[in-house]
Design a protein around this ligand. Sequence first.
Ligand code: GFB
Length: 326
Amino acid sequence: MADDKLAQPFALTGKRVWVAGHRGMVGSATVRRLEHENCEILVADRTELELRDQAAVLTWMERAKPDVVIVAAATVGGIQANATRPADFLYDNLAIETNIIHAAYKIGIQKLLFLGSACIYPREAAQPMSEDALLTGPLEPTNEWYAIAKIAGIKLCQAYRKQHGCDFISAQPNNLYGPGDNFDLEGSHVIPALIVKAHDAKQNNASSFELWGSGKPLREFLHVDDLADALIHILKHYSGPVPLNIGTGEEVSIGQLAQNIADVVGFKGALTFDASKPDGSPRKLLDDARMKTLGWNSTINLKDGLASTYRWFLDHQTERRTSRFS
Ligand code: GFB
């Protein structure tokens, strides 16, 4: 896009930075990363602020007076959660992003960063998927509700930039994993689900554990600490309407991922496949050329990331196996 400005310097020093959604996997990683910046971190607990309440969001932001907002709050989940809770995924995310972005405009904040998702791109987009593939074809049906909401958030940032000159930017990471993930088997993404399944299979001396679908889809996984680092980099160095892709450039099949997780956990049995469960997107690799031009690369490889995430799971499994939606 013509007014896409790469390498715009923006200082976080001394700024009041609100991380909306600080208790989630992305928000908590962002807070950890921001602790290395010389800024003041603002957070609001659910009991203090209901993000789906427009008036409450505006009132809270008028009082808290953030200079910078990172919209990490969202209703998220894996392929099954998307299929069973379409209204929540569409309504919650539309409401949260609309309320925060509009209030950020009303109170005149300096910079806002909205988080999209790799599922915004058409199911049949050419791989790797460039930012220019947005809205060029039909979405993957298993996550279209979430994708529509995330596309709307990106469009809101572009619209407020165009109409009001707001410095609102967006970025979409590929499939995330890491500390703080949701390990509830019905709601979770594939990595936490397979960690739980492999761990339980080992504990129970089972001969196998089960994967959903064919195991053939390809995915690109990004550690959440890499994402948090990328977000701070973008805030400091980017201003423009193009929503930036954040990935690692590496793909793995779900079958191979399951084998890698079995190795990390120390499970030596077999893998089985439940063909009645959906595969979802056959492939979604992000073209991260723009992030590379901005001078950012991921640093955590999948093997190390899986090992540290398994250690985190062992320390936190009691509270993290339960659904947050029940
Ligand atoms: O991570 P996941 O749920 O989401 O599933 P998506 C990735 C792949 O892993 C799919 C397979 O092909 C699943 O069928 N899979 C195998 C499993 N076993 C399991 C299992 O036990 N649990 C889960 N969850 N999957 C998400 C979207 O799509 O991508 C979200 O639903 C979001 O909205 C996210 O956009 C980035 O990668 O298919």
